[in-house]
Design a protein. Structure first.
Length: 249
């Protein structure tokens, strides 16, 4: 038997040894490590840089890229770069960060609130799976409702095109005993009911969208309240520092 005597616990007293095939043991350990690396999820942190005086076009382009990163499952570090006298107006940077967070609320959420880091102000966004699933469900419902409405309209147009006026004696009799005109009237009523059903579905989707929009607005308002609270605390701390210095003198 091609076995080895391997010391598995050298720190124990007495040391513990095991008889095994050491080459096979090393191979199995490498395979387990390889499998664990495959199952591990690599989260990459992307970075997007803004300026306090960024234009609307550049803002929309960069924000779309941020939303794309979040949709792909990456975290995004949003950085506001200040230069010169721009350092005297940090509220401009906070305003841009709040706009970015509000624009990507459907695909991401704020993980680390905005904070000053030297000449830069940073905020970290993370992907929000629940919000993304909700948006996909809404898009699916809207597409199904639009397809149903389009199908009903096409059927209505086909029925109206085929419904030509005829003399009573020329009206044919169908297999179930109804006249062709009656059958066309029944189809017209069914098509109208389908259109009404599609319109009702659209109204329900619009109501759900309004409710979700109100919830998003409330979430953004809460974020703004937190930011305002932090600003008040910072102003209070800045006002308290000169008073402490004066007492020391």
């Amino acid at each position: 038997m091609d076995l080895d005597l391997v010391e598995v616990a050298p720190e124990a007293r007495p040391p513990v040894c095991r008889i095994m095939n050491f080459t096979k043991f090393k191979y199995e350990a490498q395979q387990r490590a390889k499998e664990s690396r495959k199952k591990a999820t690599n989260i990459i942190v992307k970075e997007m840089k803004y300026r306090p005086k960024i234009g609307s076009g550049d803002f929309e382009t960069k924000t779309r890229k941020v939303a794309q990163f979040l949709t792909e499952g990456h975290k995004v570090k949003v950085t506001i770069m200040f230069r010169g006298r721009e350092m005297q107006h940090p509220e401009l940077g906070r305003r841009i960060l709040d706009r970015v967070a509000a624009e990507v609320v459907n695909v991401g959420k704020v993980e680390i609130m905005a904070k000053q880091d030297g000449r830069n102000m940073t905020m970290v966004l993370g992907p929000d799976k629940k919000a993304q699933d909700m948006v996909k469900a809404q898009e699916k419902k809207a597409s199904e409702a639009a397809a149903a409405a389009e199908h009903a309209e096409e059927r209505m147009d086909a029925i109206m095109a085929d419904a030509t006026p005829e003399a009573p004696e020329l009206v044919g009799i169908s297999a179930d005993g109804h006249t062709t005109q009656e059958a066309q009237e029944v189809e017209t009523v069914e098509a109208a009911e389908e259109v009404e059903t599609a319109e009702a579905v659209e109204e329900v989707l619009e109501a759900e969208a309004e409710i979700e929009l109100e919830a998003e607005i409330e979430a953004v308002a809460e974020v703004e309240e937190v930011v305002e609270t932090e600003e008040v605390i910072e102003e209070a701390e800045n006002e308290a520092e000169p008073a402490v210095v004066g007492e020391a003198n």
